[in-house]
Design a protein around this ligand. Structure first.
Ligand code: BES
Ligand code: MN
Ligand code: ZN
Length: 500
């Protein structure tokens, strides 16, 4: 488990500065103004900071950017990191500056001089989120070869004039970061480590935070009639499971349901995937990982909302018992599906869990997340998740939340003509709709399992759950995409406001 950096807020004491080890961060305004802390650093370094603030290099920097002055004279610190930022920055600039701080930290302790007059919590969140590294499978963290390998977090101390206020404003930062890190750790874990059982165990541990967790095993799923989900997992030695996590922080209202695809490994099944890149399919539980991360964040910050997270945990393997192309299976809803391609397994998992979620909870809204299609990567790349919805108001609120959090999201269409691509000769539907509009026909398949009056969003996160380059808040690899946006959507649209 990766814990976020310890975040501390301290009263300004510049006499501690010369002996501070690790990294020292100073904030210089775009017009080159040094605050009290920066002036002291300038004096200790015999004017180095002022020279930099007056340089062409500094002029060329964008707001929110940062540069290192390495091994400065007069300080024990390894570097003074100069952040170009207004004292009252916008939220996204403050967070960008924080990301630059967290990115450079690489396991070292960081002392930030001067808290901002606005959005200091955003800077802290950016720093904490970016200072992530998945090290669970490394036996030693000392073999750094000098490459720009990411390291886990050290301690981040923010010195300012009103540390109590700053600490209060940043109260939610650790909860969010723990949620995001939980999602990233789950996505990063290899499939022999994160089996369906191990995943369920990790979710069960959320009960320690006050969530109600229930693990449903194969016999129970069989009894419920979740045949399409069970068919996906029947070729694996790892038992299929559905885990239900309830966070009841609200009143008597029905919950919002979050449903996640949790395919711990996707070989494609009998419709086997090619070898090249198949190892990436350890991330095919990214939707479930984000659901887990959101539930953890909500529990940690004691959200005043009712939210239920449901994940379908299966492994898609080829085997003598595996389902074959051409099989017809019956969903919990009662509709039959002709399985043309066993590699289109995510929708078979989700449709049963989504039906169960509506049957059991009559949710006020349902949002599913899935690494569902390669086609969404062709369409949107790694910058945006695909957003599909039957409800404009809910969808707009989600898009607003994603934009505010800097998590890329782009709405895609749905429509009857696409739905017709799923027509089957012998069953109620096929599980694939052919090559054209592959992400949309996948969404159409899911919509067949959404009740008329359930406001619903489907998020295809195949392109954003794990990426091969750095993303806005994370080093390359798992991103935890969606934890922040969903947390904000819940806070803005569903949470009981204080006194209300
Ligand atoms: N898990 C994959 C989708 C995926 C692809 C996720 C790349 C992340 C990165 C999904 O189960 C799948 O195999 N989809 C097929 C559907 C096709 C058979 C209709 C695909 O996209 O090729
Ligand atoms: Mn697949
Ligand atoms: Zn898959």
């Amino acid at each position: 488990m990766t814990s976020p950096a310890t975040l501390e807020f301290a009263e300004t004491d510049l006499d501690l500065l010369p002996a501070a080890t690790g990294r020292v961060v100073v904030i210089v305004t775009p017009s080159g103004k040094l605050d009290q802390g920066a002036r002291r650093v300038n004096r200790l370094t015999r004017g180095a900071l002022e020279r930099f603030a007056e340089s062409e290099d500094f002029a060329k920097m964008k707001e929110g950017d940062a540069r290192d002055l390495a091994y400065p004279t007069g300080l024990a610190a390894e570097a003074v990191q100069v952040v170009k930022l207004d004292r009252r920055p916008d939220a996204d600039l403050a967070r960008r500056a924080g990301v630059a701080i967290g990115r450079a930290a690489r396991g070292k302790d960081v002392l930030v001089l001067g808290n901002l007059q606005k959005n200091g919590a955003e800077l802290a969140l950016g720093a904490v989120l970016r200072a992530y590294a998945y090290t669970d499978q490394k036996t030693s963290r000392d073999d750094d070869n000098g490459e720009d390998e990411d390291k886990g977090p050290g301690r981040i101390t923010i010195m300012g004039t009103r540390p109590d206020e700053a600490r209060k404003a940043a109260a939610h930062v650790s909860a969010l970061a723990e949620g995001v890190f939980f999602a990233r750790d789950l996505v990063s874990a290899p499939a022999n480590v994160l089996t369906t059982t191990a995943f369920a165990d990790q979710l069960s541990a959320l009960s320690k935070l006050g969530a109600k967790v229930r693990v449903m095993d194969e016999p129970e799923l069989e009894k419920l009639g979740m045949r399409t989900l069970l068919a996906v997992g029947q070729g694996s030695d790892s038992p299929s499971k559905v885990v239900v996590i309830e966070w009841n922080g609200g009143g008597k209202e029905h919950p919002i349901a979050l449903v996640g695809k949790g395919v711990v490994f996707d070989t494609g099944g009998i419709s086997l995937k090619p070898a090249g890149g198949m190892e990436d399919m350890t991330m095919d539980m990214g939707g479930a990982g984000t659901v887990a991360g959101v539930m953890k964040a909500l529990a940690l910050r004691k959200a005043k909302a009712n939210v239920v997270g449901l994940v379908g945990l299966v492994e898609n393997m080829p085997d003598a018992r595996a389902q074959r192309p051409g099989d017809v299976v019956k969903s919990m809803k009662g509709d039959t599906v002709e399985v043309i391609n066993t590699d289109a397994e995510g929708r078979l998992v989700l449709c049963d869990v989504m039906w169960y979620a509506q049957d059991e909870f009559s949710p006020v809204a349902m949002i599913d997340l899935a690494t569902l299609t390669g086609a969404i990567i062709i369409g949107l790349g790694h910058e945006n998740a695909g957003v599909f919805s039957n409800d404009d108001s809910l969808c707009d609120d989600f898009l607003d939340a994603a934009r505010a959090e800097g998590e890329g999201a782009w709405r895609m269409p749905l429509g009857e003509a696409y739905d017709r691509q799923l027509k089957s000769q012998i069953a109620d539907m096929k599980n694939v709709g052919g090559r054209p509009a592959g992400s949309i026909t996948a969404a159409q398949f899911l919509q067949r399992f959404v009740k008329e009056d359930t406001p619903w969003i489907h998020l295809d996160v195949a392109g954003v759950a794990s990426v091969k380059a750095e993303s806005p808040y994370a080093p390359k690899g798992a991103t935890g995409w969606g934890v922040l946006a969903l947390n904000r959507l819940i806070a803005d649209r569903f949470e009981t406001k204080d006194g209300g």
